[in-house]
Design a protein around this ligand. Structure first.
Ligand code: SAJ
Length: 434
């Protein structure tokens, strides 16, 4: 199948890079977003997210004349839906005495509805947003059929999960293997033909529900593996062991690769997607639920560590370094670092946070400093929450000159291996009971 024009709904971390990829590979792309600020920003040749190399690609796409942006979709050969699927903040499910989070599918629903008036015979519609199993056939197809056309007979529908890692999106979009699940084999083939425009990795065809499940399985697998690492950090403290050393030694085994403990699991993927299984089949997802609970409670474990390091939290001035959900990104969504800051403040500490990738971020309940120096200037303790390169590279000598604090708490093993003691610091590390 040949595609001359496509419409991409949702210009976030996935939609915008994907739109630019198609546009720089010769396809006319209309990028659609409901947020007028995003539309204005891209029209002005700028971007609203931090992702290495993305600014240049978007600029090239806009300059080529192939990428335009709009508030509403318009007729096209294919429509791609890449809108967020978060969970509800205040609406929970209950199963067997346990609380679980529920997917908020309103953005997928309204993006699909917006396509209906423009849907024509022979079109392809692809859902990319991570979604609970069966969303494509149970939610998307019935909405599209309100057009009077029949899915499978008059138009193609597929699900294709994005699997790119924030920080490496552009490379992974091209190189990663891609899974395309069609509601029938013809739809899978149409999806294959679309992505073959720029994907260099293998493209595997399957059915839509398998493709949905593949995506959630990948992130659930990672979540469970991080949960066990976090549980190991708690056990190591109890047993007087350095978890980082124990992980390194365990990972010498040819079939063992333990992930890293830390302040918890954040972002809009791994901390969200496993809930889609729990919500749809709580009776069958008990390990998955438990792993979510372990990772979600890790910020409390960090607060206990800070309390141990400082004796008490009341009135203590703590400089919290990093608010992003992981190193060297500007994304603060579902960030465990933010949760730690909230919990410390609730426990009576005076926390000044600094996030180098978004110093001006205004988050409720977070007192953010505009510079590292301002965060550190009269601190009692320094708490390393994100392993940003900029923080890892701080030397004891430099830190000594910009803060009076002599207590350091490292939750990400970013400061191991430096001689903090000679510089007069006392270093507490997460998962270290020695
Ligand atoms: N984390 C740990 N320990 C680790 C690894 C990660 O605590 O050893 C934490 C991070 O600090 C962060 C969270 O987990 O808070 C998630 O970070 P991540 O780098 O593991 O993953 P994401 O959320 O940035 O991207 C994931 C990726 N999925 C997998 O690796 C299976 C990516 O390929 C997906 O495309 C993305 O989710 C997504 O969009 O679903």
């Amino acid at each position: 199948m040949k595609f001359n024009k496509i419409c991409i709904l949702g210009l976030g971390y996935i939609g915008l890079p994907t739109a630019s990829m198609f546009a720089t590979h010769g396809i006319k792309v209309v990028g659609v977003d409901t947020n007028p600020i995003i539309i204005e920003t891209i029209q002005a040749g700028r971007i609203h997210i931090h992702e290495p190399g993305l600014g240049e690609v978007v600029e090239a796409a806009v300059n080529s004349g192939n990428l335009s942006v709009a508030a509403q979709p318009e007729p096209a050969d294919a429509f791609l839906i890449a809108v967020p699927t978060p969970f509800y903040e205040h609406d929970f499910g209950q199963y067997d005495g346990q609380t679980y989070k529920k997917a908020d599918m309103r953005a997928v629903t309204s993006a699909t509805e917006a396509i209906v008036p423009h849907l024509r015979k022979g079109n392809l519609v692809v859902l990319e947003s991570t979604s609970p199993p069966r969303t494509t056939i149970d939610l998307v197809v019935p909405i599209l059929e309100r057009s009077g056309l029949k899915a499978g007979r008059d138009f193609f529908v597929a699900y294709s999960p994005e699997r790119v890692l924030p920080g490496q999106i552009l490379r992974e979009l091209i190189e990663n293997a891609r899974v395309i699940g069609g509601i029938d084999p013809e739809s899978a083939q149409a999806g294959h033909d679309l992505y073959a425009t720029f994907v260099k990795g293998e493209i595997h065809k399957t059915d839509a529900t398998t493709a949905e499940m593949v995506k959630i399985m990948e992130n659930t697998y990672r979540d469970i593996n991080i949960a066990v690492a976090n549980e190991f950090s708690r056990l190591a403290e109890r047993f007087g062991v350095d978890v980082w050393e124990a992980i390194q030694l365990s990972s010498l085994h040819p079939r063992v690769k333990i992930l890293k403990p830390g302040p918890g699991v954040g972002g809009h993927c791994i901390s969200v997607d496993p809930w889609f299984f729990v919500e749809c089949a709580p009776d069958l997802s008990k390990l998955i639920l438990r792993a979510r609970q372990v990772n979600d409670s890790q910020p409390e474990f960090v607060v206990e560590l800070v309390k141990k390091a400082l004796g008490s939290l009341t009135g203590k001035k703590i400089a919290a370094l990093g608010l992003a959900y992981k190193p060297d990104v500007d994304d603060l969504r579902e960030s465990p670092a933010v949760e730690v800051v909230h919990l410390l403040a609730k426990a009576g500490a005076a926390v000044k946070a600094f996030e180098p990738f978004k110093p001006e971020a205004a988050l409720p309940g977070v007192d953010a400093a505009l510079t590292l120096e301002l965060a550190l200037k009269d601190a009692d303790a320094v708490l390393l929450l994100v392993d940003h390169t900029e923080f890892r590279q701080l030397s004891p000598e430099t830190l000594k000159t910009i803060t009076p604090a002599r207590v350091l708490i490292d939750t990400v093993n970013g400061w191991e291996g430096k001689d903090w003691t000679s510089a007069g610091f006392k270093l507490f590390r997460l998962g270290v009971g020695k």
